[in-house]
Design a protein around this ligand. Structure first.
Ligand code: PXL
Length: 272
């Protein structure tokens, strides 16, 4: 199995490709990468970060891959820096995702009710278009509200998830706080389902990327969507639990590394 991860490289801060590569590779799946930008750190709380946009490099990369006739089983897109990059991902899907391959979109745009630095309503509109081409979308609660055009926080998570089914057949909404639990709501043709886990206070940049990478890796290993959601949620929860005490400055991301082993034990167990 071969995954193409399209995401930025944030040199420091453990998010995006810095977490996708180790997690997807550890799943026993090839993780090829297309970096969309290189930043000195992610944008979540650091001042003065650098940002090199790699959009202009992508057409030559695409041409070379066309010569090699590369095909991917999974296309997973994360942080995209511009509308032009969303259009490039649409091109990548057309050219390189094999027939029957799966397209997973993590519509990285915001958190805590607000868009991240640099994102605009026009970007949200374009991201909505990309979501319409996806097999799975993985918004957090904030991104789900922007995509569904409802005020944050949504009053009813089931209705929110159902509304997203108008964009994509399988929306998976993460980070919904309900009665002291951290919930994932996900929808399919049979309805809307919920997986609730322990909530641990504290915001960690990159948690969504750890979830999306583990979910993609587990799907690529042949797990069902339900199984992949459970495995990815439990992995992120364990990493957050550990990081709540181990990581003083939350901007530096999750200590997910020591939880990979347990995640893989479950991934590789026949019973899961
Ligand atoms: O984890 C999401 C993310 C990815 N990439 C960059 C970010 C963020 C969140 O802030 O800034 C560059």
């Amino acid at each position: 199995m071969r995954v193409l991860a399209v995401n930025d490289i944030s040199c420091v801060g453990k998010c995006s490709l810095s977490v996708s590569l180790p997690i997807i590779s550890a799943c026993g799946v090839t993780c090829d990468v297309l970096p969309t930008a290189i930043l000195s750190t992610h944008t979540g709380g650091f001042e003065g970060y650098t940002f090199r946009d790699l959009t202009d490099d992508i057409p030559d990369i695409v041409r070379h891959w066309e010569q090699l006739q590369i095909q991917f089983d999974f296309l997973y897109s994360g942080y995209l820096g511009s509308i032009a990059q969303i259009e490039l991902v649409q091109t990548l899907k057309r050219k390189f995702l094999r027939a029957g391959g799966k397209f997973i979109v993590d519509p990285v745009m915001g958190d805590n009710g607000a868009l991240y630095a640099g994102f605009t309503p026009a970007f949200v509109e374009k991201m909505r278009e990309l979501c319409k081409e996806a097999d799975f979308i993985l918004p957090n609660a904030t991104e789900a509200c922007y995509l569904a055009k409802v005020e944050y926080p949504a009053q009813d998570s089931e209705t929110l998830t159902e509304a997203l089914r108008g964009l994509c057949p399988r929306p998976i909404v993460t980070g919904i706080l309900e009665n002291g639990k951290n919930c994932v709501y996900y929808g399919d043709e049979t309805g809307v389902h919920r997986y609730a886990t322990e909530n641990i206070d504290g915001f960690f940049c990159g948690a969504g990327d750890v979830f999306a990478s583990a979910f993609t890796g587990a799907l690529a290993r042949g797990k069902t969507e339900d199984e992949a959601i459970l495995l990815a949620t439990d992995f992120v929860t364990a990493a957050i639990r550990r990081s709540a005490t181990e990581v003083e400055d939350k901007r530096y991301g999750l200590n997910f590394e020591k939880e990979i082993f347990h995640f893989l034990q479950r991934l590789n167990s026949k019973r899961d």
